[in-house]
Design a protein around this ligand. Structure first.
Ligand code: ADP
Length: 393
């Protein structure tokens, strides 16, 4: 029996089953001369075994194909993998049109079947088998392709799983660190402040300055940890039920929260008509608008701040714009500022902050399958922050 199977190498052999006379031996000699590895099967069961192990093609004499035998062969052929369609040749004796028609009708259920009329010419049989083996090789190409795809899908799924687990661990770690560090840090902040209050007046020169730096450092660290915790909480919250909110009401709420900053800067805020129903958790949309509008006011230039908020419908979601006439962002930093703790004005006491706000905005937008970006013509030219919220899955 041929050594190949459906998982192994491509089959190069063909099986011939012609039980009467010397047909089988003669055919094998013809095929051998054409460098086709052909074997005679004395029993139809050997043909079945060959089909199960994935041969190149089979040739069966019609005398071996009674109605019940066709059914058995069909059963064996039906067990092939989906990509396999074994070429089956049936040698027929001369018969009248009616018999031939009903015989070929019965053979149809064998699938990839061709009739070869006896007497067979050597060239006909050789070219038929060459073609069949070529087609069979193509089927094995498809098998290899399917297998490669399956393997790469498995590898990809494993890599995704590993990445997801690593991300979860990292988020959990960040959460624990930012949460657990808060308590000891609060102690440091409180006691340095108490020390400053009680000993500060008695200290002079350098020690007083050192004390001030220690208090400032502790306060700054507290702010950073608080914001980091807020960021990690946004990242870690999963599986929320979908909620809808009215963006007009959310912006109204954000403006109320920013009331002092708006009054202080004398800013004029313009808000267009926003969607009344958006599939986003209200707290998330509030964080988004409050961060973006807050930044538009904080990063103002010399002129009175003007902020405008608009929304546009696009196919599959909503696009939002928060435009300001502030200090602007150099285009080369447009992506950088969405990173955690990334700030462009770290040294300047004029603009306080931790560099987490936009990272939170980005996380929120991405949770809902949207995108956020900034456009600006550069320093002093204002900024346009845009984000999208898809409304369909
Ligand atoms: P923070 O304001 O605490 O620094 P953000 O993540 O909100 O943190 O912003 C990151 C950086 O992006 C800011 O430090 C600032 O340099 C820049 N930025 C954000 N919003 C604006 C804006 N409207 N105009 C100019 N620069 C901005």
């Amino acid at each position: 029996m041929p050594s190949t199977d459906f998982e192994g190498n491509r089959p190069r052999s063909v099986l011939v089953h012609a039980p009467f006379g010397r047909d089988g031996t003669l055919l094998c000699e013809v095929l051998d001369r054409a460098a086709i590895d052909a074997r005679v099967c004395a029993r139809i069961e050997d043909v079945h075994a060959g089909v199960r192990s994935g041969v190149g093609a089979i040739l069966v004499g019609d005398e071996a194909l009674s109605a019940s035998e066709i059914e058995r062969l069909q059963g064996v052929l039906a067990a092939q993998p989906p990509w396999s369609d074994l070429p089956v040749f049936v040698m027929t004796r001369p018969m009248d049109t009616h018999r031939r028609y009903s015989f070929s009708k019965r053979l149809e259920r064998l699938g990839n079947v061709s009739l070869l009329d006896r007497p067979l010419r050597a060239e006909t049989i050789v070219s038929a088998f060459h073609m069949a083996l070529r087609a069979r090789f193509r089927q094995y190409d498809i098998r290899d392709h399917i297998e490669a795809e399956r393997r790469s899908a498995v590898t990809m799924a494993r890599a995704n799983d590993d990445l997801r687990r690593a991300n979860e661990d990292l988020n959990q770690f960040a959460y624990s660190v930012s949460h657990d560090l808060q308590e000891p840090l609060r102690m440091v902040a409180i006691y340095t402040q108490m020390l400053e209050r009680s000993c500060g007046p008695t200290l002079g020169g350098k020690p007083r300055e050192y004390m001030k730096f220690a208090v400032q450092g502790a306060k700054r660290m507290e702010e950073l940890l608080k914001d980091l915790l807020c960021y990690v909480q946004v990242v870690n919250t999963t599986g929320d039920e979908i909620m809808h909110c009215n963006a007009n009401e959310i912006v109204e709420q954000a403006l109320q929260n920013l009331e002092t900053l708006i009054a202080e800067s004398g800013a004029s805020i313009n808000c267009g008509d926003l969607p009344a129903e958006l599939p986003v958790k209200p707290v998330h949309l509030l964080q988004l608008f409050q961060n973006l509008i807050g930044n538009a006011l904080k990063y103002r230039g010399e002129v009175t701040p003007e902020v405008s908020i608009t929304a546009t419908r696009y196919e599959g979601g909503w696009g939002f714009n928060v435009y300001d006439n502030g200090i602007g962002v150099e285009p080369q930093f447009a992506r950088h500022i969405f990173g955690v703790f990334k700030r462009l004005h770290n040294g300047s006491s004029k603009y306080s902050g931790t560099g987490i706000g936009l990272a939170i905005c980005q996380k929120i937008v991405e949770r809902y399958g949207g995108r956020i970006w900034v456009e600006s013509e550069g320093e002093g030219r204002g900024s346009l922050f845009s984000f999208t919220i898809p409304t369909v899955e």
